[in-house]
Design a protein around this ligand. Sequence first.
Ligand code: GUN
Length: 302
Amino acid sequence: MLEEGTLSMELIDGKEIAEKVLEECRRDIAHLAESGIKPGLAVILVGDNAASRTYVNAKDRKCRELGIHSVKLELDAAVSQEELIATIEECNRDDEIDGILVQMPLPEHIDESKVVEAILPSKDVDGFHPVNVAKMAMEDASGFVPCTPLGCQRLLTESGVEIEGANVVILGRSMIVGKSLALLLMQRAEGANATVTVAHSRTKNLSKITRRADILVAAIGRPRFVKAEDVKDGAVVIDVGINRIDDPEAKRGYRLVGDVDFDAVAPKTKAITPVPGGVGVMTIAMLMANTVKSARLRRAGD
Ligand code: GUN
């Protein structure tokens, strides 16, 4: 429970904002259906990582709910890089597939960059292909922006958080989240124009840097890493972490916690995202939005 003096803290409701994004998708899907177009997404899962399987199933379910053609391809953990790339190339050729997503991480023997580069940039709804990364860096809106950064930005804009001119500190430098979000929020565009600092495991005086943040984004994959003393009073905190913590009393034997020590940090903030129910639900919603965008660009000539 939050204590007195915390009443001004806003819980950023990812579910509600994701629902708004999904409603826009439904409207666009209905519009495409008038021209006989049904967006299609292929999701490729390699091996049987439990968390990856959960994410892939959630993506498949959401596609079906919205009326997006969903193809779930499951490959053995021992699949060769060549076979995986051959599967991607089949999806590249299939006109009913607008988006291709290969769930990360991949087994050690597979080179993730080679796999990402095999995806047609025009079907790369994850936004990981070098062509799409370059477009984001060059502020060319015709490419795809990775779903989690896009979701973080939308959470902020929908919550009325001023991003322009804000000191944004991002903890984590992965391509999937940290580095991409930095590129996105420093763009000369609406919902951007931030002053961005990217901190990581080698950063010195980390706490001093995070305490300067008007907007702090935690994306390091370490449970409850961000403590109250790392956060400025009145900051906005976006928690990208989804960490499984063993809990014999929980239904599945584990609980999800973020990269932020929520109970300690929340009372100091102006607004904060919960885990679950924050960034995670937005990531799936933005994937649906990117798939619909691809169908519009590829097949409706929008
Ligand atoms: N693994 C964790 N996040 C993601 C994501 O956004 N896309 C893919 N393909 N794999 C992931």
